[in-house]
Structure formats: C-alpha cells, structure tokens
Design a protein. Sequence first.
Length: 496
Amino acid sequence: MSTPVRYGSWSVDRGATFGGLGVGTWVGAAASGIPVFAALGAQRWALAAAWTPLWAAAVVLLAVPVRGRTPLRWTWDAGHRLIGSVLGWTSWQARAATGSVEDLEEADLPGVLSGIRTHDGPPFGPLLARPVVVSDDRERTWAVVARIAHPGIGLSEAGTRARLGHGLAELLESAATGELVSSVVLQVRTVPDDGAERTAWQVANRRPDAPALAQAVTDELAEIMTAAGVRHEAFVTVVVPERRVARLAKEAGGGTDGRARVLYGVMSEFEARLLGGVGCTAVTWLDSPGLAAAVRTGFAPGDRARLTTEEPGLPMAVAGPSSAPPPERRHYEHDAWQSVTCTVLLPDKGAVMGALAPVLVPTTAGERRSVSVSFEPISHTRADRMIGGESMNSELTNEIRRRGGFRVRAVHRQEAARVEGRDVRFAEGNALVRVGVAAAVTVPGTWSISDYGRRLESSITSSGFKPLRLDLAQDTGFAAACVPLGVGLPRRRGVR
C-alpha cells in the first residue's frame, strides 16, 4: 500500500522582507529610535536611558504580533469598529423588509457584499443556458459560480488522491498561465440532511392505497435516514478583475455581454479540467435563481427545504438576510442564525489530502459547517520577483547568523531548503499560488455560539492545523466562508 503524499511546500506570504519584518516595520522601528541615537551622540546618557523604554514599547507595538495582528493594528481596527458602531455604519436592513424593493433581480446584501450586482449573461452551451455573471462594484471584479458534484476521496487510494491533486495543480497552473483569473474559490458546505428531496419524491410517487405496514416502515426508514444523513454542497467561483478583462471585453462587443463572453471562454476551460483531472462528475454554472438559492441557504441553512419544495425561482432581492445587526467582536448574527469564522493556518510539517475532513463534520443536528479555500494564481513575473526576494532574504539571514557567531538551527536550514525547492519547481514551470482557508460554523440564534465556536476550533486543531479567530472581522469572514460570491478574506495590505 503506497504512502499518501504530504503537501507542505508553502511559506508565509511576507513578500520581500528581512528577518520576518516588512520594510515599513523596519522604518517605523528605526524612526522611533532616533531620539535614543541622538542622545547617545550628544553623550546625554540620562536622556538616552529615559528614551530607551519608550523605544522598546514602540518596537513592541509595531513588530510583535498578537493573534495575527500587532498591538498598533489591533488599536487601529478597534477604533474603526467603534467609530462605525457610533455612527450607525454597521447596522443594515434589507429593502425587502421595509417594502421598498424596486427591482427584484437586484441583489441586496450587507457588509462587504453590498457592492454585488448580478447580470444574466447571453446563452451559453448546447442547452442555451444563461449563467449569471456577478460583478463586485467595490472590488471591481467579475465572477461566475458553478455547483459541482464530486465523489469524494474518502475511499480513494493514495495513487488516486495524488492524481486528483495533480489535476487541481494543472487547473491552477493554467489559470496562472492565462493571467486572466485572479482567484478560484472552492467552497464546501455540510449540513445534516433535511430530507427535502426525499419528501418531494414521496409526495409525487407514494400511492395512497399502499398497505399500512409498508407506509409505516417507509416513514420510519425516512426518519432514521434523515437523522443520520449529511448533505454536502460544493461550489467553485472563478473571479476575474476588471483591469484584466476590459480590453478583451471591448473586442467581444463591450458591456456586460462582452465580459460574459470572455468569462464563457474561461468557464469552458475550467469545466473541462474539473470534469477531467479534478474528478468532478457534474459541473452546473448557476443561473440567477440558482445563485439566489445558494446565497439564501448560505445565510439561512434552514430555508433549504422550503426553497426545494416551494420556491424554485427565488429573486436576488430577497436572497440575503432581512436584517444584520452590528457584528460582534467574535461572532456574526444574521436573522435567526449566528456564525463563527476562523482562518486556518497551514502547518509547517505539511498535510495530506483530506486532512480538513473533520472540520466539515457537524457535531449535532442543526449545525452547519462550511470551508472555503481561495487559490490566487500569481503571474510569472511577480512570482519570479517574490521567489528571488525570498531566496536572497534566506541566504542573507543565514550568512549574518554565521558571521555573528550564532548557530544556524535545523529550522533555519529547513526553511532555506524549502525556499530552494520552491525556486527549483518554479524554474521547472510550476506556478506560484497564494492560498487562504476560512472555516465557519452556523447554528440557530438560540444556541450557544461560543460553545460551537470552540467546537470548530477543536476540529481544526485535531486536523493538524491551527485556527485563528477573525476577531473584529466576523462579517467579512462569514461572507468569505459561507457565501459563494468570490469574496476573499480581509486584506490588510490592499494588494490585488
């Protein structure tokens, strides 16, 4: 029996830094120490001694991370949240709740999703379907969403898993080579099966003159299967920025239809690779009602049965929540539900394919788990610059340690070997991809969200990863983890 492949050739996304700190941090730390150096130059020892603790405090505020952010960044983010709460910027109510909807096809979503607009594209494919094209006015991007079906890898051998991983790598490398797609978001949502499809089938096919014993056995089996069953939903969102698609869209006729035609070419390529190397059994590009249902069940998992049996044509205007109060520091409330979102930090020792499976397992009926993995292919030119900076930084840091008489530890040698291996693979033609993982748990509003948040963190830890709660950004984290619209994790550097 072959050994599963362990993937672990990743590194922290720090760009061209020295000693793990960015250029801005080094400049700030040096600038805060100018009074100390000036006092030493003037031989004013008492003043230098008085300024030294202040300099040390400034360095701690600028450079020492606490749960992913420096103290100065925590203060800045908390101040923004406080100002927004006082001015009422964080409260939101749907137009449908007030009866002021003018266009039922116009999306009405809170927070970072407020800039989302949907457009029906021109006919696509042999069935002349009209997939919905999603535009984000805030981020200036265009996206298309597909619902996929995959048999899973639970019973697959190591060779099959390696082949599927190679297929995903080829898909991402093709996206990086084309330099058109900015991100590919894979989202999987797991909920206890509500039996909606089974109930609808029974209503349509059950015979009223069937024996009473057969009906009783059927009802008992349905109850047992519904309690034990788990349903998975998987979506793939392809995001293209406006600056990359504008010229091609002009050549394709301009406007929304021109951008949709460019996206259709990307969709055809992605569909072929998803059905091929990735191993999907079905790829369905969502139309407007399908996307509205996916968004609605993202905010309210309990509405899935009603949408399946009663409202197949849900308009986008009512796909979001009716109201969203100001987000709490450590969780997010939306209608009668509440969610906790954590980012998943990748372990240094690597992980095998399927290691995140325990994160998707609900611990009780009524709990919904969701995991989104965002892949951002990096262009060849920028990747070459980043890898060159990492290589120079690694060599310079180790050389300084040697000349200073410090020991080069095993972790330093391992990091240098990792950078060298990445450089070799890039020279062989492999692409560089930025990866972000967000996991969320959603439960009814009457349940203890703090308890289920701890359960989510425990599932992530038991899978071999490290959770990091998105404090002060739970609404954005929820949109990234639970709503298939291509919204990524919060960014601090503003780099697209």
